[in-house]
Design a protein around this ligand. Structure first.
Ligand code: NAI
Ligand SMILES: O=C(O)C1=N[C@H](C(=O)O)C[C@H](O)C1
Length: 268
């Protein structure tokens, strides 16, 4: 026989959103193109609370005073290291989208974190799901093609070139090419104007276009005798980065140490 349903005073109360502790978030670069979008996304998320918005000229101590548990940084390559140092020293987890990270910078952040075993920092050249998939597909395909070149295309206000995403894609492609024992991409150029063949990132040519009307776009071109494969991703709106940013904000508290890219958060 089915037992009778519990009476009203025996039932577990349904937890209300207001009862669930929210993660407090500070945004660095809050008045910038990405920061503005992050502020909107955090404000709209019921499980997150925006406690600090910092832009240049504001006092970084405000994020600590406001009790931020996680800081999101979309600032500039020349200031981001100081921001991370401050947050790690103050036991604040960091979600970093700012570009400009090479192996030396990553090693420096990892060294800071050794003294703070509970703090997590994720540094991601791109939070867009499509862009991450493009990188993965390029890495997978690279071993089949003698030639690979990358073209990244961005809005003209971008301060760095090539993009962090293009540099990471080139490194992943280069690693796959090395693992497959491929020689350098064939190129008979003897004479070229400076820059005509792009930047050389571990043997992969990367070309940067800056054009009014664009947001963030990337093509990976691969060639073999008689065929080419072109992989392309387009971010038409900075909203495209927000699901990845929010995922990282929600997960970083349980991911101590340094994580590069959000691929593992997505199971990629
Ligand atoms: N990982 C990703 O998915 C993405 C990364 N980015 C990267 O994010 C960075 C920012 O890009 P945008 O928002 O387009 O640039 P932006 O120039 O629009 O914004 C940067 C903001 O940071 C502020 N700022 C500068 N120094 C600061 C400091 N010391 N403390 C606090 N704020 C400071 C500036 O005043 C500005 O408002 C760039 O490195 C860009 O490449 C951009 C889009 C996506
Ligand atoms: O500055 C941008 O806009 C972007 N920066 C990141 C990069 O350099 O890869 C990510 C995306 O391309 C947009």
């Amino acid at each position: 026989m089915t037992p009778p349903p519990p009476s009203a005073d025996q039932q577990e109360p349904t937890p209300r959103v207001a009862d669930t502790p929210r993660t407090s978030v500070g945004v660095l670069g809050a008045r910038g193109r990405m920061g503005t979008e992050v502020v909107k996304a955090v404000t709209a998320a019921e499980d997150l609370e925006l406690v600090a918005m910092i832009d240049s000229g504001d006092w970084l101590f405000d994020v600590a005073n406001a009790g931020a548990q996680v800081v999101v940084d979309f600032t500039r390559p020349d200031v981001v290291m100081d921001n991370i140092r401050f947050c790690v020293d103050h036991d604040i987890h960091c979600v970093v989208g700012t570009t400009g990270f090479d192996a030396e910078r990553l090693a420096t952040v990892a060294a800071w974190l050794e003294a703070k075993p509970d703090v997590g920092v994720v540094i991601a050249p791109n939070f867009g799901i499509g862009a991450l998939l493009l990188m993965k597909f390029a890495q997978e395909a690279a071993r089949f093609f003698p030639s690979t070149e990358i073209v990244e295309l961005h809005h003209p206000n971008k301060v760095d070139a090539p993009s962090g995403t293009a540099v990471r894609t080139a490194r992943l492609v280069a690693e796959a090419r090395r693992a497959a024992g491929l020689p350098p991409s064939p190129d008979a150029t003897l004479d070229a104007l400076p820059g005509a063949r792009g930047a050389d990132v571990e043997g992969v040519a990367v070309h940067a276009v800056r054009l009014t009307g664009l947001v963030a776009h990337q093509e990976v071109l691969m060639g073999a005798p008689g065929e080419t494969l072109t992989l392309r991703h387009d971010s038409y709106d900075r909203a495209s980065f927000m699901p990845g940013v929010l995922l990282a904000v929600r997960q970083i508290g349980s991911r101590p140490g340094l994580t590069v890219g959000i691929e593992t958060f997505l199971g990629l």
